[in-house]
Design a binder for this molecule. Structure first.
Ligand code: 5GP
Length: 117
């Protein structure tokens, strides 16, 4: 069996996290290495889907619910303006292959979206 992902270990309370939201299928936590003043992760509890395309194909309702949690947390914490990022693949910076949405907010500039050209 595959090793549990860091997010499964957080769900199981094997490692600590700042939990902002939880229901039977989703958990939201503060990112341990924030890249913006507000940097949250919204994560399905299942590790079945490695990236957002797999999740969209396999359980579109769960993806919609993740987006709703992201919106609600951003409304509370950033005034409702935020960036929603699903890194997909190592070349795009994905390090945990258990799908998760990054919610980034406050102080973001349009020009900070990608790498240097
Ligand atoms: P990725 O690079 O896969 O898109 O995003 C993984 C994210 O998980 C990174 O932003 C990283 O800082 C975060 N992360 C990795 N390990 C932990 C952890 O143990 N706790 C929390 N809260 N975040 C983590």
């Amino acid at each position: 069996m595959a090793e549990p992902t860091v997010f499964e270990r957080i769900v199981a309370r094997e490692i600590p996290a700042d939990i902002l939201y939880e229901d039977d299928r989703i958990i939201a936590i503060t990112d341990i290495a924030p890249k913006a003043p507000v940097h949250l992760l919204v994560v399905p509890k299942t590790a079945e889907y490695g990236n957002v395309a797999a999740l969209a194909g396999g359980d579109p309702q769960l993806l919609a619910d993740i987006v709703k949690v992201a919106q609600d947390l951003a409304t509370e914490r950033t005034g409702g303006d935020y960036r929603l990022i699903f890194n997909t693949g190592e070349g795009a910076g994905q390090t945990v292959f258990h799908v998760h949405a990054h919610v980034l907010g406050t102080g973001l500039q349009e020009g900070s979206l990608g790498s240097e050209l």
